[in-house]
Write a protein that binds this ligand. Structure first.
Ligand code: DGY
Length: 339
């Protein structure tokens, strides 16, 4: 019997090739950079499985061409690049990689907070550029982190892991539920929704977005990108923040309105920003944001540790193989397809 075809927009890591090859015939995009749309549309019609990344737009057109698809598996926890309603209406289960990247991403978010508060990257550049001639009492002064107030927008897995880190710095944590968590909380008579047992829930105060923006020294975004959260932070939100406040974004670039962000930084409406994710992404080197000294940008490295990326690809492979076997995906975004 012919093996089912899996289209992969990146080569699988060598360690999983053998396992995949037993169960499927694989066509994968071999060149550097994201798979082109043309390539994807060319190959998807015969595919029963799709293994993709967050840089692939799995929209209606791709899904329409992919008539034989039985499983879509993304090597990411986020799935805003996949047209979920279409997948669900066609009973195509979608797999992702939740949980495994929580701590790694929270490490990076807290690292960005520290780097921007204490101007670490500026300091390193200063030394490399040969400016370090003496010790100056007012050189590259930053902000204290210990004891400051951190607003966490979206208290899901990564938001809670961020709150746990903040506890170690004696920070006051103001948490804002994501719009989805708000709906869940109102349906379950206001339960806080803290699932992380090592987080001392009494150290977290739930507030609305406005309060968090007004009172926080740092605001860190941890909401998924949905129609509710697109441009959640725009001009009017920046005007509510403290002029010294630093925004950290490790969620999705489009949660922040990029034009409003540029103006807020340029006019010093806020103190600074540290971004792991941008809109557009990748951010071109010529982008105006990169001319601003109070803007720190890194290239979507939230889950980029050797161990975590390896576990993510394992989970994504487990999902694709389960889908090909007709079994329930172990990490499924739309379990309703099984009802
Ligand atoms: C994800 O998985 O969605 C992150 O953004 C990248 O690891």
């Amino acid at each position: 019997m012919a093996l089912p075809l899996v289209v992969a927009t990146r080569p699988f890591p060598p360690k999983v090739w053998k396992q995949i090859a037993i169960h499927a015939h694989v066509v994968c995009w071999e060149s550097d950079g994201p798979a082109t749309r043309e390539w994807l549309l060319d190959h998807i019609p015969e595919a029963e499985g799709l293994y993709c990344l967050l840089t692939d737009h799995i929209d209606q057109e791709v899904l329409r061409f992919g008539k034989r698809l039985r499983v879509v598996s993304t090597m990411s926890v986020g799935y805003d690049h996949i047209d979920m309603p279409t997948c669900t209406s066609r009973n195509i289960p979608v797999g992702h990689t939740p949980g495994i990247l929580t701590e790694t991403t929270a490490d990076l978010a807290f690292g960005l907070l520290m780097a921007s508060a204490r101007r670490i990257v500026e300091g390193a550049d200063y030394v490399r550029q040969g400016h370090w001639a003496d010790w100056k009492p007012d050189l590259l002064l930053g902000q204290d982190i210990y004891g400051a107030t951190l607003g966490i927008v979206g208290l899901g897995r990564i938001g809670q892991a961020m709150a746990r880190r903040a506890q170690g710095f004696n920070m006051k944590v103001l948490a804002v539920r994501s719009p989805r968590q708000n709906r869940e909380a109102s349906e379950s008579s206001g339960v806080a929704g803290i699932h992380d047992e090592s987080l001392d829930s009494s150290s977290v105060t739930f507030v609305d977005l406005l309060t968090a923006l007004r009172e926080s020294d740092f605001v860190s975004l941890h909401v998924p990108l949905t129609s509710d959260t697109q441009h959640l932070i725009g001009a009017s939100e920046f005007h509510k923040m403290k002029s010294s406040s630093i925004l950290i974004n490790t969620s999705r670039g489009a949660v922040v309105d990029p034009t409003a962000l540029y103006h807020a930084l340029e006019q010093r409406t806020i103190g600074g920003v540290a971004l792991d994710v941008t809109d557009p992404e990748p951010l071109p080197a010529s982008h105006p944001l990169l001319t601003l000294p109070n803007c720190l940008v890194i290239p979507h490295l939230g889950s980029a540790s050797i161990a975590t990326r390896s576990l993510m690809s394992d989970m994504a492979v487990e999902n694709v193989l389960a889908g090909l076997r007709g079994e329930r995906l172990p990490y499924c975004v739309n379990p309703e397809v099984y009802q």
